[in-house]
Design a protein around this ligand. Sequence first.
Ligand code: HEC
Length: 122
Amino acid sequence: MKSKIHFIKIIILASFLVHYSCNGKVEKPCYTPDDITYTNQVSGLIEIHCFACHAPDVYKKKASRNKIFDYPSLKKMANSGQLIGSITHSQGYIAMPYRKGTKIDSCAIEVIKKWVKTGMKK
Ligand code: HEC
């Protein structure tokens, strides 16, 4: 009896494994807290995804002086529509990350969008 239950458990586990390995794009759950702030979430995402070109020491050369590395400058870019426009590859904006062809991960985009929508808290 015990070994039968064990066998069933293995079957269930195996079917999960097959399911997840065949289905390449299993969406990871995206956690967007209600209180998104520049300091806690957004600045880190900008650092990871954008600082190769937009860091304080390189942005003049590598990002044509487009400043997004501190709160006031990012807020300005968000208010003009350029921040969301560029990361969502919307028409009329220059797609970011520049010339990479791909967007940053969709969860990061959701977090940044929500930050803008909730008033760009510091
Ligand atoms: C590989 C370098 C590179 C990376 C990485 C990069 N940028 Fe840029 N960014 C640029 C360059 C270059 C420009 C200026 C493009 C131009 O004017 O033709 C620019 C311009 C911009 C602009 C102005 C866009 C517009 O429509 O006027 C925004 C906003 C921006 N970047 C945001 C970001 C954000 C946010 C990230 C990270 C998700 C990012 N960038 C990552 C190089 C980069």
